[in-house]
Design a protein around this ligand. Structure first.
Ligand SMILES: [Zn+2]
Ligand SMILES: [Zn+2]
Length: 498
């Protein structure tokens, strides 16, 4: 990586497509497409809090893209085809259209709950040892599931035996993965998360999930109600797997609740890291590289935990910016006025961040950000992704915007830090995230690996690293740093948690 310091979003035209999201590690939620597709026939789930149109088909959060499909087929040749087939689609383009919300009301050919869970499970049916798909076997039904984890399949005893020395290291965790994958359906029905209250402790005293759960009044009753709920019953009547003990279901619900609230709480953590106080002024947060993961079926209330975290705040606007932002309720333009006091306001922009900057921020159609957050940007994954991200990374650096990136694992953390150092970005700090999702996710087509966790680590950045003699490298482009986005750096960024 050339360390040449370009100014003001250099190279903003004609860069490779900025590719948000991480393609490989968490392509597991593929199956989420199936889990949350609403059967058109039969009783449609009704949400207690009327969060969603009950009958409309909905797909949630498959973190997959063409690169994900390619990676998957490298591990298990032909698997992507199975998935498209199960979703009643002909091509990746069909899939992409559905994900983009261009094919509204698509029901993926799913007619019953049983069908829905079955199709989802079918996408996991390949021999984890020899990678054969059912149609490559003399008897497609001979594929057997590991009884312990209910997650991985084998074409026969020989493959199961051969795989056990490796699989035994991951079998226990993979059981949780498979369980959470099913229980996640209750996020769609509206059972998860349970209603939460204003925090009874100041944000600085809430060090992690244990503290967060300890603030939830009548937690056991709330978990119990979900376990005993109609949709939990419906789930296990149709899942084709034995219903686990209630205690296991409670644990699963807790993990999924952390998964749901991880993003708002990570943003809250970012505000605190940079000493940005939501009680003193209205704030704008840009979520850069937002994709299906952040925007598919996102409700206007999904980040309200920030309001409970900072009671009495002056208003927070969040703008999701990315080429893969999905059409939905939050697809509305950024505010031109201040965010409404005491509320979290979500809006979206479908496009590259540096284009958004040029067309919206510089023209004052959107407020400059107090904080920029990127969930799993994935620029470490391959040169193409990095090329797509480069103009944005340089813009964030050169405008000295407070930035928080999250990654899926320690390995990703190291690779990302390496790139940011090469870009001469000033790294304020990095650590494991106290508000990481506790839900384990497998590498979909290669399950015998340590699971990953959403936003497991974070990296905080602010501006450029001071390099001796760097000023000699500056182009004389008439801009000497100064304050291109004064609002962004106003408010005294004092990194470090107080
Ligand atoms: Zn096999
Ligand atoms: Zn197993």
């Amino acid at each position: 990586m050339a360390g040449g310091r370009r100014r003001g979003g250099g190279g903003r035209r004609g860069g490779a497509r900025q590719h948000p999201g991480t393609p490989a590690p968490a392509s597991a939620p593929l199956s989420a497409a199936a889990t949350t597709a609403q059967p058109q026939a039969g009783a449609a789930p009704r949400t207690g809090r009327s969060k969603k149109a009950p009958v409309e088909s909905a797909v949630r959060a498959p973190d997959v893209d063409s690169l994900g499909f390619q990676a998957m087929d490298r591990n298990v040749p032909g698997l992507s085809h199975v998935i498209l087939q199960k979703l009643n689609m002909k091509s990746y383009e069909d899939y992409k259209s559905a994900m983009d919300g261009r094919k509204r009301g698509s029901d993926f050919g799913i007619r019953t709950y049983f069908d829905m869970f079955q199709k989802m499970e079918d996408t996991f049916k390949f021999c984890v040892e020899c990678k054969k798909l059912p149609n490559a076997l003399p008897d497609p039904k001979s594929l057997r599931r590991c009884k312990r984890c209910q997650n991985v399949y084998y074409c026969g005893v020989a493959c199961q035996r051969a795989n056990w020395p490796l699989h035994k290291k991951f079998c226990k965790k993979l059981k949780l993965v498979a369980l959470d994958r099913l229980v996640e359906w209750l996020v769609f029905t509206g059972d998860i998360p349970f209603p939460t209250d204003t925090w009874t402790k100041p944000a600085r005293d809430v060090k992690g999930w244990e503290d967060w759960f300890s603030m939830q009044e009548q937690l056991e009753e709330k978990l119990g109600a979900i376990v005993a709920g109609r949709y939990m019953t419906l789930l296990w009547a149709n899942a084709g797997k034995p219903r686990p003990e209630d205690a296991e279901l409670r644990e699963s619900i807790r993990r999924l609740v952390t998964d749901f609230h991880s993003r708002p709480l990570t943003i809250g953590l970012g505000l605190r890291l940079f000493g940005i106080d939501p009680l003193t002024r209205p704030l704008t947060v840009h979520v850069v590289g937002a994709s299906h993961v952040e925007t598919l079926n996102t409700r206007l209330t999904d980040y309200d935990e920030l309001t409970r975290m900072f009671p009495g705040h002056q208003g927070v606007e969040m703008v999701m910016v990315g080429v893969d932002v999905v059409d939905g309720p939050i697809m509305r333009p950024p505010l031109t006025t201040l965010a409404p006091r005491g509320k979290v306001y979500l809006s979206s922009y479908k496009g590259l961040y540096h284009d958004f900057w040029e067309s919206q921020v510089e023209t004052k159609l959107a407020a400059p950000p107090d904080l920029v957050v990127g969930f799993h940007p994935g620029f470490h994954a391959c040169p193409d992704l990095l090329a797509g991200w480069l103009p944005t990374l340089l813009l964030l650096r050169d405008y000295r915007l407070p930035v928080l990136f999250t990654v899926y694992s320690e390995q990703e953390l190291k690779a990302s830090l390496q790139i940011l150092v090469e870009l001469e970005t000033h790294i304020v700090g990095y650590a494991s995230n106290p508000f990481a999702s506790l839900r384990p996710e497998q590498v979909y087509s290669s399950p015998n690996k340590p699971p990953v966790y959403c936003s497991s680590h974070y990296i905080a950045l602010l501006g450029a690293e001071a390099v001796p003699g760097a000023e000699e490298l500056e182009d004389d482009d008439g801009w000497q740093g100064g304050e291109p986005s004064a609002a962004a750096v106003a408010g005294g960024t004092a990194p470090g948690l107080g």
